[in-house]
Design a protein around this ligand. Structure first.
Ligand SMILES: [Zn+2]
Length: 44
């Protein structure tokens, strides 16, 4: 089968990284930010 399940799709994604400090971003965190929770808080 060529189609991937949603689970496989997300499993193949690289972890999001903070654009500020390079830490991996918790997937539970806001999808619209490119910074980790710590840096996002500091910026604001
Ligand atoms: Zn950060």
């Amino acid at each position: 089968m060529a189609l991937q399940t949603a689970t496989d799709f997300f499993k193949n994604l690289p972890p999001k990284q903070c654009t500020n400090c390079g830490n991996e971003i918790d997937e539970m965190h806001d999808c619209y930010t490119h910074q980790c929770e710590k840096c996002d808080t500091e910026v604001k």
